[in-house]
Design a protein around this ligand. Structure first.
Ligand code: NDP
Length: 289
C-alpha cells in the first residue's frame, strides 16, 4: 500500500489552522526564514514553506541575502530575530555557502525559536528524550507518520540509511526512545557500512535518506517491510515541463510488490516535513504567548 503523506500532512495542517483560527490571539504565529544565495532547490523549498504558512495562518518573513553575506552579518541578523517579539520560529535554509559554518549558525539561534531543531540544545534534548525542545522537521514528520498510521515500532528492527545531522542521527535518537510506540531497535547505516544489502534486509522498517536516486532496489527489502523514502532527487526528464522529475532514494517500482507500506516521492515524507515545521512553529508560539 502507498502511504499518502500528503493527505496525512493535510490533516495535521487542518488541525493547526483550526487552532490558530479558533482562539483570539493578540498576534499570529511568525516564522522567519533566512535564505542565502540563488540555489534553485533552496528557493523552491522556501516557497513551499511560505505557502504552508499561508495555508494555516502563520505569518512568514523571508530574509534573503546574497551568497557573499559575511558570517558576522548573518549572526547579527539571527540575533535581531532572536529578540524580535513577532518571530516564534527561525529557520536558516540549507545548504549554506562554504565560508559559513552551519554549526556556528545553528548554535546562535535561540533554542526556544529553533523550530528546525538544529541547535545543540535541542539535539541534546532529543537524545535525552526530553519533550520540551524541538525535533528536526523530517524526523518529526516520519514519527508522526508512524503515529497516524498506528505503526507500533516496539521491538522492530529499524534500519536508517544515512547519518546526516538533519535526518538520520536525530531520527535514530527519536525512534530508539523508551516511549510508547517507539522503542525500536535502530541500526544507523552509512557509506562505510559493510554488507549494506544484508543490513537493510533485516529491517522491518527501512528509512532511506542518502540522496542517491533509486538506490534501494528489491534485493535490499525484507518481504513485508515498511519503506520510508526520504530522498528527493532531481533526475533529467525531457518530457517534463521543468526538464526534470523528482525521484526518491528507493526504486519505487522495484520494491513496491515486496513491501507492505511505502511512501512515494513526491507526496510522501516531503509534505510531512512541511507540516512538522508548521507544527513546531505553532508549538513555539503557544509556549511564547
Ligand atoms: P547527506 O548528504 O547529508 O547525507 C547522506 C548520508 O547518506 C550520509 O550519511 C552518507 O554516508 C550516506 N550515504 C551516501 N552514499 C551512501 C551509500 N552508497 N551507502 C550508504 N550510505 C550512503 O543527506 P541528507 O540527509 O541531507 O539528505 C538525504 C536525502 O534526503 C536527500 O535526497 C535529500 O534531498 C533528502 N531530504 C528530504 C527531506 C524531505 O523532507 N523529504 C528533508 C531532508 C533531506 P557518510 O556519512 O558515510 O558520508
Amino acid at each position: 500500500m502507498i502511504i499518502d503523506g500528503k493527505a496525512i500532512a493535510d490533516s495535521i495542517e487542518q488541525e493547526i489552522s483550526s487552532k490558530i483560527a479558533g482562539e483570539v490571539f493578540h498576534r499570529r504565529p511568525g516564522l522567519a526564514v533566512v535564505l542565502i544565495g540563488e540555489l534553485a532547490p533552496s528557493h523552491a523549498y522556501v516557497k513551499m514553506k511560505k505557502k504552508g504558512c499561508d495555508r494555516v495562518g502563520i505569518n512568514s518573513y523571508i530574509y534573503q541575502f546574497d551568497e557573499n553575506i559575511s558570517e558576522h552579518d548573518l549572526l547579527s541578523t539571527i540575533q535581531d530575530l532572536n529578540g524580535d517579539e513577532k518571530i516564534d520560529g527561525i529557520l536558516v535554509q540549507l545548504p549554506l555557502p562554504d565560508h559559513i559554518l552551519p554549526h556556528k549558525i545553528f548554535a546562535s539561534i535561540d533554542p526556544g525559536k529553533d523550530i528546525d531543531g538544529f541547535n545543540p540544545v535541542n539535539m541534546g534534548k532529543i537524545l535525552l528524550g526530553m519533550s520540551d525542545g524541538f525535533c528536526p522537521c523530517t524526523p518529526l514528520g516520519i514519527k508522526l507518520l508512524f503515529e497516524k498510521l498506528s505503526i507500533d515500532l516496539t521491538g522492530k528492527n529499524v534500519t536508517i540509511l544515512g547519518r546526516s545531522n538533519i535526518v538520520g542521527k536525530p531520527l535514530a535518537a527519536l525512534l530508539m526512545q523508551n516511549s510508547p510506540g517507539l522503542n525500536a531497535t535502530v541500526t544507523l547505516a552509512h557509506s562505510k557500512t559493510k554488507d549494506l544489502q544484508a543490513v537493510c534486509h533485516r529491517a522491518d522498517v527501512l528509512v532511506a535518506a542518502i540522496g542517491i536516486p533509486q538506490f534501494i532496489t528489491r534485493e535490499y527489502i525484507k518481504q513485508g517491510a515498511v519503506v520510508i523514502d526520504v530522498g528527493i532527487n532531481r533526475v533529467d526528464d525531457p518530457d517534463a515541463k521543468t526538464g526534470y522529475r523528482l525521484v526518491g532514494d528507493v526504486d519505487f517500482h522495484s520494491v513496491f510488490e515486496k513491501c507492505s507500506l511505502i511512501t512515494p516521492v513526491p507526496k510522501g515524507v516531503g509534505p510531512m516535513t512541511i507540516a512538522s515545521l508548521l507544527l513546531n512553529t505553532w508549538t513555539s508560539f503557544r509556549r511564547r504567548i
